[in-house]
Design a protein around this ligand. Structure first.
Ligand code: NAD
Ligand code: UFG
Length: 338
């Protein structure tokens, strides 16, 4: 298929680009580098052995989107472009709503005008709020999000469902990611957060490499097996392959389709720290800190629907995730800075 990959220079986008190209798809990447670097695309080119067509643009730029859809006849769009830092979204709600919502409005309007009516959207487990059912199935009711970032995901799901309802010839695939970690096995690309990491794994790897003094473990009094928060960590390469598999829902004209992309296994913060230490032969100093506002105790999914309908299931376990996260950090102590 001919695919437009927005946000393709980012963490999940760059890994997905590789898997799409490996599966034989023709991909064009668009990104404005608000949270990524051109170096990521150079490294992808090194891994796959050639460059991929790239347009530097903001997806909110109507003229740029018009030019893009005029130049290429896309069969489908995979939309990763969006801002994703939970804490920053609390401090800058308007910027988050504007970028994430308006980006999709402009993109989908261009798609509609050019007859490209298939989109895969990066959603998140955050739309379940404090989940009503564990393990979470796709028919678990959506919940209250605790931050503007989460609401952009929840609201954009609704927007895209309404677009599909108004014109059932659309294919809308909503992929609800659980917690992506890990990196490509080459060690060339991986997660490269700006500033102090919000998420667990980059904080662990930066502590292990000596950039941070110690990991703060946010709460040890949750109702979990060791008191620390439990999440469904998924290797980013498995997640990337989930997007290739999701194209099947488009090829089969499924209309609206919603899938959880996770492994179905829950690991606590301390489980992850221990797995990381064991696999990599390192110590990660940590201290127990108060709970982080907005966090929930437990979040993991039942990924059976994606397996049954897309033939997709995660292949990698927590050891591979920890090994590959560390390989990228070790090889790139300053991220993509050369
Ligand atoms: P990322 O920040 O690494 O990638 C997003 C990319 O989009 C970046 O390269 C950024 O420069 C680009 N971008 C942002 N706004 C843009 C705009 N207006 N126009 C053009 N490009 C723009 O993030 P990621 O971790 O790769 O996440 C990809 C998507 O998946 C995001 O939508 C994110 O919200 C979603 N998601 C991520 C996680 C996670 O834990 N990483 C979990 C659930 C959902
Ligand atoms: N944690 C720590 N210390 C840290 C960072 C995190 O103890 O320095 C803990 C958290 O309290 C939580 C677990 O590690 O128990 C995972 O936290 P992350 O911030 O890595 O991930 P979250 O589950 O909070 O959120 C992530 C993404 C959201 C997304 C959500 C569901 O950041 O964008 O997964 O997909 F919405």
């Amino acid at each position: 298929m001919k695919i437009l990959l927005t946000g393709g220079a980012g963490y999940i986008g760059s890994h997905t680009l590789i898997e799409l190209v490996k599966a034989g798809h023709n991909v064009v990447v668009v990104d404005n580098f608000v949270n990524s670097q051109p170096e990521a695309l150079r490294r992808v080119a090194k891994i796959i052995g050639h460059e991929v067509p790239f347009v530097e643009a903001d997806i909110r730029d109507k003229e740029a989107m018009e030019r893009l859809f005029t130049e290429y006849q896309f069969d489908a769009v995979i939309n990763f472009a969006g801002l994703k830092a939970v804490g920053e979204s609390v401090a800058k709600p308007l910027e988050y709503y504007e970028n994430n919502m308006n980006g999709v409005f402009v993109l989908v309007d261009a798609m509609r005008r050019h007859g490209c009516k298939s989109i895969i959207f990066s959603s998140s487990a955050t739309v379940y709020g404090d989940p009503a059912i564990i393990p979470i199935t796709e028919d678990c009711p959506k919940g209250q999000c605790t931050n503007p970032y989460g609401w952009t995901k929840s609201m954009l799901e609704q927007v895209l469902m309404d677009v599909q309802k108004a014109d059932p010839t659309w294919n809308v695939v909503l992929l609800r990611y659980f917690n992506p970690i890990g990196a490509h096995e080459s060690g060339l690309i991986g997660e490269n957060p700006n500033g102090i990491p919000n998420n667990l794994m980059p904080y662990i790897t930066q502590t292990a490499v000596g950039i941070r003094k110690e990991l703060g473990v946010f709460g040890d009094d949750y109702p979990t097996h060791d008191g620390t928060g439990v999440r469904d960590y998924i290797h980013v390469v498995d997640l990337a392959r989930g997007h290739v598999a999701a194209l099947k829902a488009i090829a089969e004209n499924k209309g609206l389709a919603i899938y959880n992309l996770g492994t179905g296994h829950g690991y606590s913060v301390l489980d992850v720290v221990k797995a990381f230490e064991n696999v990599n032969g390192l110590k990660v100093p940590y201290a127990i800190k108060p709970r982080r506002p907005g966090d929930i105790a437990t979040c993991y999914c039942n990924p059976a629907k994606a397996k049954a309908e897309l033939g997709w299931e995660a292949q990698f376990g927590i050891e591979e995730m920890c090994r590959d996260s560390w390989r990228f950090q070790k090889n790139n102590p300053n991220g993509y800075e050369l």
